[in-house]
Design a protein around this ligand. Structure first.
Ligand code: SF4
Length: 460
């Protein structure tokens, strides 16, 4: 049967190979999995290696300078493949495109298409255009953003089958002065609870995941826009009640101001909820918290953390802090250092302040020299290493339940995590000389510790 020229082109285009590179945070990972499922739904061949792709799509990150540099590096590598004739087109998706939408064509003429954030539906059309040798650029207009909905990709190409991320909202309600995310991702918008529960049911009941990780820019603000109420406790209760098999539900990115008594009660009530509270505090000097646009003070944090530890004995607190924020004096830094020593977070990430174009703090006076930032970062990391060593030592000899993530055949080694270890962020529990499948829960006795990982022997 003779095919119509347009049909012939479409048929040829449909079998094109598409490679996908996902950069950035778990929220980007969820978006990437949706984009990959869209690529497959439109009958393009999804290939792992960029060199194999007729088209290379990059889901980008730009929240701090370092991430932006990595993104540009990946884009230029893809563009080099195109120059060598090893790929036909490059599509740059997500945060970087959205943030620099007015300058992209001049900045990166070798890129064929730019798509901003939430441009899921526009991707297949953009691939088609690029395969026809055309260019395009489509960005989100957050001012017109109403609500937030996400398709539920059946297949997850970038996460292990036993772990699933569940994104419950997009954008952010806060305006921290160091952060460009609200400008990129727009205002806070929650998914409808019934939609989230439908996806949760699918992941828990049909895909039998062992771990469901709840994410957003700020999970504690969930529902405020739809239900005029912090609805996270209600959502977690419904998800926990769905579990018919042994599983964990982990909540990330809780804003300190969003931790209600009701939320802590739900954590205490449901063993499925990991006793792992992720609350980025950013700093502990009242002077700096104010300059950061964080609307709580150090006393609030002391009270909150005492309440969390009283309500959830044995809970692990994860947090993150920024050092070298404009105007941070030695006294401010000392207050932060003393607070970290007092609280002894079980898990702590520390970052040097990154001056971000477009963020209010970039215009503040008293920007701190890089050398001083680095010295302060080193001091915090040394302090936290000692705290982590003491935290690990507390557990030596005890038995804990761990989730098997992977098996290293050559070394007869299981890579596992406890409920106190978030995927890709925290340490591992290494278990030798035993076999188990990824997704299984086993019990181990902790016998030794490395810098960030623990060594366990299987008990059962
Ligand atoms: S809470 Fe602050 S730091 Fe976090 S995404 Fe929102 S504005 Fe950025």
């Amino acid at each position: 049967m003779a095919t119509h020229p347009r049909q012939r082109r479409t048929h040829h285009a449909k079998s094109a190979a598409v490679a996908f590179i996902s950069l950035g945070c778990p929220r980007n990972l969820v978006d990437s999995e949706i984009l990959i499922s869209l690529i497959k739904d439109h009958h393009y061949r999804f290939v792992e290696e960029p060199e194999q792709g007729d088209i290379i799509i990059i889901n980008t990150c730009t929240f701090i300078q370092e991430a932006t540099e990595e993104t540009i590096d990946v884009i230029l590598k893809a563009a080099a493949l195109k120059k060598q004739g090893r790929t036909k087109g490059v599509i740059v998706y997500g945060c970087f495109s959205q943030r620099y939408k007015d300058r992209l064509r001049a900045l990166l003429p070798e890129v064929d298409a730019f798509l901003g954030v939430d441009c899921f539906d526009e991707l297949p059309g953009a691939i088609e255009q690029v395969l026809q040798g055309k260019q395009c650029a489509i960005f989100s207009d957050h001012k017109r953003a109403k609500g937030y909905t996400l398709p539920t990709p059946v297949e997850r190409s970038l996460t292990q089958p036993h772990i699933a991320y569940l994104k419950i909202s997009e954008g952010c309600l806060h305006r921290c002065t160091f952060c460009v995310i609200p400008d990129i991702k727009g205002p806070h918008r929650s998914r409808r609870m019934e939609e989230i529960l439908k996806e949760g049911q699918f992941r828990i009941r049909e895909q039998s995941v062992s771990e469901l990780v709840i994410i957003a820019q700020d999970t504690s603000t969930y529902g405020i826009d739809l239900y005029y109420d912090r609805a996270l406790p209600r959502l977690l209760r419904s998800l926990a009640q769905m579990a018919l098999h042994k599983m964990w539900i982990r909540v990330l990115y809780l804003h300190p101001e969003g931790i209600s008594d009701e939320l802590l009660r739900v954590f205490a009530e449901y063993p499925q909820l990991c006793r792992y509270i992720d609350i980025p505090i950013e700093h502990a000097s009242d002077h700096i918290l104010k300059r950061m646009g964080r609307t709580y003070n150090r006393q609030f944090l002391y009270t909150l953390i005492r309440k969390i530890r009283d309500t959830l004995p044995g809970v692990f607190l994860r947090s993150s802090v920024i050092v070298g924020f404009p105007g941070e004096s030695e006294e401010d830094f000392e207050e932060l250092r003393r607070f970290i020593a007092d609280i002894s977070f079980e898990r702590l990430g520390a970052f040097m302040y990154s001056k971000e174009e477009g963020a209010a703090a970039s215009l503040l006076e008293n920007q701190i020299p890089e050398k001083t930032k680095q010295r302060r970062l080193d001091e915090v990391m040394r302090l936290q290493q000692e705290i982590s060593r003491q935290t690990c030592a507390r557990f030596m000899g005890s038995e804990i339940e761990v989730l098997v993530d992977d098996y290293v055949a050559g070394e007869n080694l299981l890579l596992c995590r406890s409920e106190f270890d978030a995927p890709e962020v925290d340490g591992l529990v290494l278990v030798k000389n035993t076999e188990a499948l990824p997704g299984e829960f086993i019990t181990v006795r902790l016998v030794d510790t490395l810098e960030y990982d623990l060594i366990g022997e299987r008990v059962r």
